[in-house]
Design a protein around this ligand. Structure first.
Ligand SMILES: Nc1nc2c(ncn2[C@@H]2O[C@H](COP(=O)(O)OP(=O)(O)O)[C@@H](O)[C@H]2O)c(=O)[nH]1
Ligand SMILES: [Mg+2]
Length: 252
């Protein structure tokens, strides 16, 4: 798989990197980079991983790179999935020596202002998850009912099968400490798509590391469309059994 990384500079000061995978987010990513720049100027580097979006997402990122040193763009050859994008991003982050590595969507479902809260919590936890369902509440705005039910069912199913003590195992707004990513053998992570979130949580938990959830409000995107597919759902259905089995066999 070939990746082109442009302006892989990053600021000298930042010890934190937020990774944003994108596929057809041209109408979101510019505003997102501007928002991050105004909130966390020099404190946070950004890595956008774009899978050759046909809508020109990468061009928007390149435009911002003209005046934002903190932004790096990784371009991949085609739509290769969320899981593989994050794995590539984690490898990059470890190579570059970042101490805190965050995941976030490009579409404003995750409030960039909450990054500070995730980072603060990560001072005393190995993995912090921005959770929609903490304390038995549902903090989701504007999601179609079907999508909400699917997400809640996925949470219950994951917990029943694997025992993972996390109320929002599929959430994608997270902060890992560097040591946490080092502890997980990323080469063994097999999820291509959205089940990547479940798999990472499970692997971190099985290492005996601390996972903490903090409440977030998740707002459905107002621009663009969700990239979740039936194939992503199918992968998540079997991956929990695969993880459970591997862990029982001591072969995670
Ligand atoms: N690089 C890359 N990004 C992806 C892919 N699939 C989804 N994304 C991005 O991952 C993030 C989450 O996807 P999204 O469609 O918002 O999922 P949802 O919030 O669960 O509906 C968004 O920023 C997408 O653009 C992919 O195959 N490759
Ligand atoms: Mg989203």
């Amino acid at each position: 798989m070939s990746e082109i990384i442009s302006a892989a500079r990053g600021t000298e000061e930042a010890s934190s990197l937020v990774i944003i995978p994108t596929y057809c987010e041209a109408r979101n990513i510019g505003r997102m980079l501007d928002t991050l720049n105004s909130l966390y100027h020099c404190e946070l580097d950004v890595l956008v991983i774009d899978d050759s979006s046909p809508d020109g997402t990468a061009e928007v990122v390149r435009d911002r790179q003209q005046h934002q040193d903190s932004v790096t763009l990784m371009e991949r050859e085609g739509k290769l999935g969320l899981g593989t994008a994050y794995r590539a991003g984690f490898r990059y982050a470890l190579q570059k020596g970042y101490r805190f590595i965050l995941e976030m969507d490009a579409d404003f479902s995750h409030d960039p202002a909450m990054i500070a809260a995730l980072l603060k919590e990560a001072e005393t936890a190995d993995l912090v998850i921005g959770s929609r369902y903490v304390n038995n509440t549902v903090n989701v705005v504007n999601w179609p009912l079907g999508r909400l039910i699917l997400s809640k069912m996925a949470s219950i199913y994951t917990r029943l099968v694997t025992g993972l003590p996390v109320s929002d195992p599929t959430g994608g707004f997270k902060c890992f400490r560097r040591e946490t990513l080092e502890a997980v053998d990323l080469r063994r992570v097999s999820s291509q798509g959205y089940s990547f979130q479940i798999e990472m949580n499970f692997r971190v938990w099985k290492k005996g590391l601390t996972i903490r959830e903090i409440p977030i409000v998740f707002v459905d995107r107002t621009v663009g469309e969700s990239k979740m597919t039936r194939q992503n759902i199918r992968e998540a259905v079997w991956i929990v059994w695969w993880l459970k089995l591997r862990s029982l066999l001591g072969a995670l």
